[in-house]
Write a protein that binds this ligand. Structure first.
Ligand code: NAD
Length: 309
């Protein structure tokens, strides 16, 4: 029997915690003793309007059901007052240990019909929102040499999805942001990961069939978020896909590739054409292995390999 993963004494910010996945995270953190900042603008799925009720309801539930500690914050993650969300945590609880960048909106349209505003506004909420929150929390996490950050990506970002160019661009941006923060934060014990979930919420209830939605409870996503943000975890710089009780890791794969002899005739489009099957072959070769790179420095290996010839 493993230990209970307690969050007692930890201060957690969950953005967009007034509904959907964020609400489940906030409740679960509180249940395990965390002091929680429940941030939510309370707008529509498309990001219009605002309502303080969304965050208030979750704070009340935390206090009533778990006798927990929580404060509401209604600022927009990408607005001028975004840093105020972190200030709310510090003012109320004295620190910030965990940041779950979860807030998001949808403005789907095929790329041909997507205007500049539709594109920019979605990137702004997801990506710039995560940037602003992390930027405000980062100095506290560095000073205390402890931090855990989750960026919420999406399968739509990892693989692309029809009608979601704005959303996919933002979500893949969040992966790149997390991968860099993981490297810069490591020596300060700030660990950063991305999740790509699929869950029942207002984002999916009109696009997926009921029998699938039935399996996609958001309570199946929270356990990994809590595991990754617990003080005992060592995991960083990783991407996880999860849905309906499936939990798995997704990583980069680089083909063994083809090394060309360094002479003038090698570096032509025709030689690329001739060796295309070999360049894109994902099987190990005698002197060249398929790799799963997780940092830029791996290119040293690549250069060294090319020099073997
Ligand atoms: P949701 O709409 O229920 O939750 C998003 C929350 O963010 C809402 O409560 C909303 O009010 C809040 N929000 C929106 N803009 C905000 C802003 N500017 N400032 C503060 N709060 C804001 O949807 P959800 O499915 O729970 O989504 C949570 C996250 O998970 C999102 O980032 C979403 O893109 C991501 N995601 C969800 C799924 C899924 O299947 N549901 C799949 C992949 C990724």
């Amino acid at each position: 029997m493993s230990d209970t993963l307690s969050f007692k004494g930890r201060v957690v910010i969950v953005t967009g915690a007034g509904g959907g996945l964020g609400k489940v995270y906030a409740l679960e953190f509180a249940k395990r003793g965390a002091k929680v900042v429940v941030n939510d603008l309370g707008g529509t799925l498309g990001g219009a309007g605002s309502d303080s009720k969304a965050a208030d309801v979750v704070v009340e539930q935390i206090k009533r059901e778990y006798n927990g500690e929580a404060v509401a914050n209604y600022d927009s993650v990408n607005g001028a007052n975004a840093a105020n969300i972190v200030k709310t945590a510090v003012d109320a609880f004295g620190r910030v240990d965990v940041l779950v960048n979860n807030a998001g909106i949808l403005r789907d349209a095929s790329f041909a019909k997507m205007d500049a505003q539709q594109f920019a506004s979605v990137v702004d909420v997801h990506l710039n929102g995560a940037y602003k929150l992390t930027k405000a929390a980062w100095p506290y996490m560095r000073d205390q040499k402890f931090g855990r950050i989750i960026n919420t990506a999406s399968p739509a970002g990892l693989f692309g999805n029809f009608g979601q160019a704005n959303y996919a661009a933002a979500k893949m941006g969040l992966v790149g942001l997390a991968e860099t923060l993981a490297k810069e934060g490591y020596k300060y014990n700030i660990l950063v990961n991305s999740i790509a979930p699929l869950a029942r919420s207002r984002m999916t209830e009109n696009v997926l069939p009921p029998h699938i939605l039935k399996e996609l409870g958001p309570e199946k996503i929270a356990p990994l978020v809590l595991y990754l943000t617990h003080e005992s975890t060592k995991v960083t710089n990783s991407i996880f896909e999860l849905a309906a009780g499936y939990y798995g890791q997704t990583r980069w794969e680089r083909s063994a590739g083809q090394i060309f002899n360094p002479n003038e005739k090698s570096f032509t489009p025709e030689s690329i054409l001739n060796k295309w099957d070999s360049i894109t072959d994902f099987k190990d070769k005698p002197f060249n292995k398929v790799e799963h790179p997780s940092q830029l420095a791996d290119y040293n290996t690549l250069t060294a390999k090319a020099k073997q010839l």
